[in-house]
Write a protein that binds this ligand. Structure first.
Ligand SMILES: Cc1ncc(COP(=O)(O)O)c(C=O)c1O
Length: 362
């Protein structure tokens, strides 16, 4: 029986050779590769600077620090995201304030933001979910009106565009992630992009134990962390970056195959939608079920028996036990996010799937 995983990285001999070359060089950390990866990534996104880090979560933590988010501050964000986008706000002692999402793109709905702003609000942490940009034209206007910083969580949406502009270029900083299920991978790894030299320098110091720029003196100027990206991962990232456009195109084709196969069954399952001014770069393929006709748990079990992995994806952050206990959230607080969480299913999605694989059980 053929097995279908949910996600799988696309690794070829090129990546293997690049990693092996680093191993042979002996330069395993703080060598030339992370610098090369940073400059190439910044160029790709269209920002002046990029700072590599050990994960998307590490990048988000640093983005909160450099935005000077302080204990007691509030940061507006989406409940429909991976937990790290809210956790990073807690890491600096601030409070995440969730606003409900748009039922079509699953991103933060701009019309819900103003009601969530208080005198304590310092920033909006915008998550671009599943490979699609949030409605940045509207969100940027609100941020400007209330003098709020924008920090982008672009971990799932490398190269996604809104109104022809790439995510990662809207906020004072943005964070990308390269976990093995992402559009491009480094193993663990992440990147912070910015046009602000001060932010870049501060991130570079913070991710390297707070060291001063002049490493020779080995001075630690501030409280820092070990959030460095190692050279093997950076070398892998360089190769993946060079083929990113091609990989995204392939993912778009796979998504189109799914859309074509599932659209005739729209009474049972709805395909994901792309807003007309967005370019989707497809981190995952998530459809929503009409559960009066198909039970999601049952479907997941049935598909698993046939070698097809699927997942309820993704749960809303405010209903995780940690968040419920800390903030007293309950079911019904963010009904749109909850409805998507309750009905969504992620289907196998990775380079290597062919049109016939998609047709297989559709
Ligand atoms: C939206 C979002 N934010 C943050 C992260 C954290 O990235 P990492 O797993 O590299 O720490 C992820 C990773 O899956 C994510 O999807």
């Amino acid at each position: 029986m053929k097995k279908y995983q949910i996600a799988k990285p696309y690794i070829t001999d090129e990546e293997r050779t690049a990693v092996l070359n680093v191993l042979n060089s002996g330069d395993l950390s703080l060598g030339p590769k992370h610098k090369e990866f940073e400059s190439k990534f910044a160029k790709k996104i269209g920002t002046k600077y990029a700072c590599s880090v050990s994960s998307g979560t590490a990048g988000l933590h640093l983005a909160m620090i450099v935005a000077n988010i302080q204990p007691g501050d509030e940061v507006i964000t989406s409940p429909f995201s991976f937990v790290a986008s809210a956790n990073c706000i807690l890491y600096v002692g601030a409070n995440p304030v969730f606003v409900d999402i748009d039922p079509v793109t699953y991103n933060m709905a701009p019309e819900n933001i103003e009601a969530a702003i208080t005198p304590k609000t310092k920033a909006i942490l915008v998550v671009h979910i599943f490979g699609q940009a949030a409605e940045m034209s509207k969100i940027s206007k609100i941020a400007k009106k209330y003098n709020l910083k924008i920090i982008e969580d672009a971990c799932e949406s490398v190269c996604a565009e809104h109104d022809g502009k790439k995510v990662g270029t809207f906020g004072e900083s943005a964070v990308f992630a390269f976990y093995p299920n992402k559009q491009m991978v480094t193993g663990e790894g992440g990147m912070i992009t910015t046009n602000d030299k001060k932010i870049y320098k501060l991130c570079s110091s913070l991710r390297n134990q707070g060291r001063s720029e002049n490493m020779q003196w080995l001075d630690h100027e501030r409280l820092g962390y070990n959030y460095r990206l190692d050279e093997m991962s950076a070398a892998l990232g360089i190769v993946q970056l060079a083929k990113l456009d091609k990989m995204i195109k392939t993912r778009q084709n796979i998504a189109n195959w799914y859309n074509k196969c599932l659209t005739p069954h729209k009474q049972l399952i709805q395909t994901p939608k792309t807003a007309k001014n967005n370019t989707h770069t497809w981190f995952v393929y998530v459809a929503t079920l009409n559960q009066s006709k198909i039970d999601r748990d049952q479907l997941i079990l049935e598909l698993a028996k046939q070698g097809i992995s699927t997942k309820p994806y993704l749960p809303s952050i405010h209903l995780f036990s940690f968040y419920k206990n800390k903030f007293n959230y309950k079911k019904g607080d963010f009904p749109v996010a909850e409805k998507v969480s309750d009905n969504a299913i992620a289907l196998p999605f990775y380079i290597g799937l062919k049109e016939n694989d998609i047709k297989y059980k559709s």
